[in-house]
Design a protein around this ligand. Structure first.
Ligand SMILES: Nc1ncnc2c1ncn2[C@@H]1O[C@H](COP(=O)(O)OP(=O)(O)OP(=O)(O)O)[C@@H](O)[C@H]1O
Length: 428
């Protein structure tokens, strides 16, 4: 860990340690929490670099702080000074429907926050939900914007994968042919148009056409694919925190399709923006309104990038975001309670591992196989040492090639992932 700066708090100068950055500067740091001293007390402050892109894997068993920590990182990005924040956008893929609560201050933990010299604070977010679910949110008086993906953005092969249809079956062949034809003729089209084309098709038999009709009806019922869709530029914006609540999509493959499409669009838009930034750095006049650097947060990551199976999100997340995201400036923060169920590439490509309590041997072994050579102790022993306290994390930082135990700071905004209590909400 690099001691690169001194902060003065209550008249006492304390070192601030910085993760994810080799040298220099106090700008653009996320306040993670405090280093845990040997006697269990909180010692020096710990910051995380937010000027450059990072791949962060957060893991831990149920109830020890994964989504809480993820929320802390989201808060910290939104609190960066304006001139830095303007170059960044955060996007939270909310699989459990728990991040909309960030719009409320964390009053329940006010005393704890005060012990950290912090105060409850709400975070401004833009909440998107699948357009088919917007009514439910309206009824619960939760302000949300409708989100959908243009039907035309997925090719026939992706639709086959989403429907779990063999590409060379009569149904698969029909879908691929019809979608390819429509995509070559129109930029946007509806499910009705696909249906019309299917019915007019002269090569498919009636049974295949009827089966296609059922699949199309089903896809339309998900309420997340529409003719026009929402442009990715309207989803994420400079300096904005966007929460996309996909918890109402019951099918995990549909969630993966949504994440896959968004990730693709962001990746290619970001490559474009990066070219403009390079030209600007060379002194050429360029438009600086392109896609900002993105921090994308995904909880339950093993559902999107599982081991031994492909989803519609796995290729783009692994090949582009994790392996090549550094150059375009894309950060990916993945959380899971089951590291053993995650594609091994995630742990090997992550430059920061934040690990809360873990006890399952297979999960510990999965992380152990990525233990870097600079770490002398094995990961299992290090995790055991952090004990049972919520919010304590063992952190491995590849940039500074060091391992640490850190007490994560309490949340400023309301954490929506608390367990319910049978005593009722007032007693939580
Ligand atoms: N840094 C922290 N400071 C104080 N309390 C914390 C901290 N981290 C976690 N907690 C407490 O632990 C509880 C559980 O954390 P969290 O909801 O993040 O669990 P989780 O690991 O995401 O579990 P799940 O897998 O069930 O979603 C929180 O509700 C909060 O009360």
């Amino acid at each position: 860990m690099n001691a690169i700066s001194n902060t003065v708090e209550a008249g006492v100068a304390k070192n601030r340690y910085v993760l994810g950055r080799r040298s220099g500067g106090e700008q653009g740091l996320l306040n993670l929490g405090r280093y845990l001293a040997l006697d269990g007390s909180a010692a020096s402050h710990v910051g995380l670099d937010a000027l450059g892109p990072h791949c962060i894997l957060i893991c831990g068993k149920r109830g020890y702080g994964k989504s809480y920590t993820m929320g802390t990182l989201v808060e910290e990005i939104s609190l960066l000074p304006q001139h830095i924040r303007n170059n960044i956008a955060s996007l939270v893929i909310d699989t459990m429907g728990i991040f909309w609560t960030m719009e409320k201050a964390n009053e329940p933990q006010k005393i704890l926050l005060n012990q950290w010299s912090l105060n409850p604070n709400k975070i401004n977010i833009k909440l998107f939900v699948p357009s088919g679910s917007i009514k439910k949110y309206d009824e619960q008086q939760i302000e949300a914007l409708p989100y959908s993906i243009p039907i035309s953005s997925m090719d026939g092969y992706s639709w086959c994968q989403l429907f779990s249809i063999d590409e060379v079956s009569p149904l698969g062949v029909l879908f691929i042919r019809v979608i390819a034809e429509l995509r070559s003729m129109h930029e946007r089209f509806s499910f009705d148009t696909i249906m019309d084309m299917v019915m007019e098709d002269e090569r498919a038999d009636n049974v295949t056409k009827s089966a296609a009709e059922n699949y199309i009806r089903n896809a339309s019922s998900w309420g997340v694919f529409t003719e026009e869709g929402v442009h990715v530029k309207d989803l994420v914006g400079r300096g904005c925190t966007t929460v996309l609540d996909v918890s109402t999509l019951r099918d995990h493959d549909v969630r993966a399709a949504v994440v896959g499409q968004i990730s693709k669009e962001i990746y290619y838009k970001r490559l474009e923006a990066r070219r403009s930034e390079e030209r600007m750095a060379m002194g050429c006049a360029q438009d600086n309104t392109g896609m900002p650097m993105i921090w994308m947060f995904i909880d339950e990551a093993h559902l999107f990038v599982p081991t031994g199976r492909k989803t519609l999100a796995s290729d783009i997340l692994i090949n582009e975001w994790l392996r090549q995201g550094r150059q375009p400036g894309l950060s990916l923060i993945l959380a899971t309670q089951r590291p053993s169920a995650l594609d091994p590439e995630v742990a090997s490509q992550s430059d920061i591992l934040i690990c809360h309590r873990l006890t399952a041997a297979e999960d510990i072994n999965a992380l152990e196989s990525f233990r870097p050579s600079y770490m002398k102790e094995n990961i299992g022993d290090s995790i055991r040492k952090i004990g049972m306290e919520q919010g304590i994390a063992f952190i491995l930082d590849d940039t500074t090639e060091a391992a640490h135990v850190i007490k994560m700071r309490p949340r400023l905004s309301w954490h929506g992932g608390n367990e319910p209590s049978a005593l009722g909400h007032k007693n939580q």
